[in-house]
Ligand binder design. Structure first.
Ligand SMILES: [Mn+2]
Length: 340
C-alpha cells in the first residue's frame, strides 16, 4: 500500500491511494503530536471536520494535558469530539498529522502501546525526521506546515472548505511559517492561504488570537525568558531558560511553552537560538532554531530529538541548569563543526 509520491507542478503530489482509502473509512480517529501547536490543532481538526465518522464527527485524540489556553479556541470552533481509548479500538483507520514518529503521537497513556494495533495509518506530515510510519505516507519536507498538506488533500478530494475549516487551516499555515516570515514560506503556502481567505478564513481574528492575546501569566513568562537570554560565542548563539519554578511562579505550565524560542532567536546576527524549559521537575525541553541556513536537525538528532532542518527539538531528563551545562558546550562545538 506504500506509495512514493513525485513532485508535480512544484508541490509533491498526493499518493494515489490516500483519498480513496480515507473516503472508505467509517470511523476514523485523528491524531497529532504531544504538546499540540496551532499547526497540529488546525490540521487535526480540519481533517476531522472534513472526514466525519458515520453518524457524527470524527474523533480527535486530545488526551488530558493537551489543552493550550491560547489555542483551545480552535477545538471550540471545530466542535471537536475528543477520542476515548475505546474509539481507537472501534476505528477502521487512523490519520496522523504533523507528527514525525509514532512515539510522539498524542494518545492517552493507557493506550500508549496499543493505540495503532493493526489499524492502517495515513501519515500526513512535513517534518524532515519523519520515519514514514504510516501505511500511506504523504510527507513533504518542503511544505511550511501540515495544514498546507491537509489543504491540498481536501482540495484534491473535492470536499467543501467552510469558513471554520478555512480558519483552522489558515491558522496553522500562519503559525508554522511565523506569519509567513520563515524560509519555509513558499509560494504554495501563500497560494493556499489566499484560497483559504476566499473560503472565509477569519484572518483578523486569528491574527489577534495567535499574535496579540497573551494572558498576564504568559506575558510574565516571556519577561523571564527575555531576562534569562544570553548571547555567547561572539553573538553566534543566543539561548534562554525557564526553570520549573519560574514557569509555575509565572502562573504557567508546560502546555504554555509554545514558540518562546523566538525571543532569543530574535537577536540579529545569530546562527542558532535555543530555549530550554523545565516543564516538569527534572525534565527539560529544548527548542532549537537555525538561522542563515544552519541545520539544527542533526544536532537535535544527536540529542535524541527530531524536527525540521531549521526548527527542531529534544528532551533532556535533567533540570534546566544541568541541561544548560550539558547542551550549550555541545551546541558551541556543533557550530564550530558547521564552520560557524
Ligand atoms: Mn507543523
Amino acid at each position: 500500500m506504500s506509495t512514493t509520491p513525485v513532485a508535480d507542478g512544484g508541490v509533491m503530489s498526493i499518493p494515489a491511494d490516500l483519498i480513496p482509502i480515507l473516503d472508505s473509512w467509517k470511523n476514523p480517529v485523528v491524531v497529532g503530536h504531544v504538546r499540540p501547536d496551532a499547526d497540529c490543532f488546525g490540521s487535526m481538526l480540519a481533517m476531522a471536520m472534513t472526514w466525519p465518522a458515520e453518524g457524527g464527527p470524527a474523533k480527535v485524540s486530545l488526551p488530558p494535558g493537551s489543552e493550550s489556553r491560547r489555542l483551545w479556541f480552535m477545538t471550540e470552533w471545530a466542535g471537536a469530539v475528543v477520542a476515548e481509548p475505546g474509539d481507537f479500538a472501534a476505528a477502521d483507520g487512523i490519520v496522523v498529522v504533523d507528527t514525525a514518529k509514532a512515539p510522539r503521537c498524542n494518545v492517552d497513556a493507557s493506550i500508549k502501546e496499543t493505540w495503532s494495533n493493526g489499524k492502517p495509518i495515513i501519515n500526513i506530515d512535513h517534518h524532515n525526521s519523519n520515519t514514514m510510519f504510516g501505511a500511506i505516507n504523504y510527507v513533504d519536507h518542503d511544505a511550511g506546515s501540515a495544514c498546507e498538506l491537509v489543504y491540498r488533500v481536501i482540495r484534491e478530494a473535492g470536499r467543501d472548505i467552510d469558513p471554520i475549516v478555512a480558519s483552522l487551516l489558515y491558522a496553522g499555515i500562519h503559525s508554522d511559517t511565523i506569519g509567513f516570515s520563515l524560509p519555509t514560506t513558499r509560494s504554495s503556502a501563500l497560494r493556499a492561504a489566499a484560497a483559504l481567505v476566499d473560503c472565509g478564513a477569519r484572518v483578523a481574528e486569528i491574527g489577534e488570537r495567535l499574535c496579540r492575546a497573551l494572558s498576564e501569566s504568559e506575558f510574565n513568562l516571556e519577561r523571564i525568558i527575555y531576562d534569562n537570554t544570553k548571547l555567547v560565542a561572539d553573538g553566534r548563539l543566543a539561548y534562554s531558560t525557564a526553570s520549573y519554578t519560574e514557569i509555575t511562579e509565572a502562573g504557567c505550565s508546560a502546555a504554555d511553552i509554545d514558540d518562546q524560542v523566538s525571543i532569543p532567536r530574535s537577536l540579529v546576527g545569530i546562527d542558532m537560538g535555543i530555549l530550554l524549559t523545565e516543564g516538569k521537575p527534572g525534565r527539560t525541553r529544548l527548542n532549537l532554531r537555525g538561522e542563515k541556513g544552519l541545520d539544527v536537525l542533526s544536532f537535535a538528532l544527536s540529542l535524541g530529538g527530531g524536527g525540521h532542518h531549521e526548527a527542531a527539538g529534544a528532551i533532556i531528563d535533567e533540570s534546566v541548569d544541568e541541561a544548560v551545562d550539558q547542551v550549550i558546550p555541545k551546541a558551541l562545538a556543533y557550530l564550530e563543526s558547521q564552520g560557524r
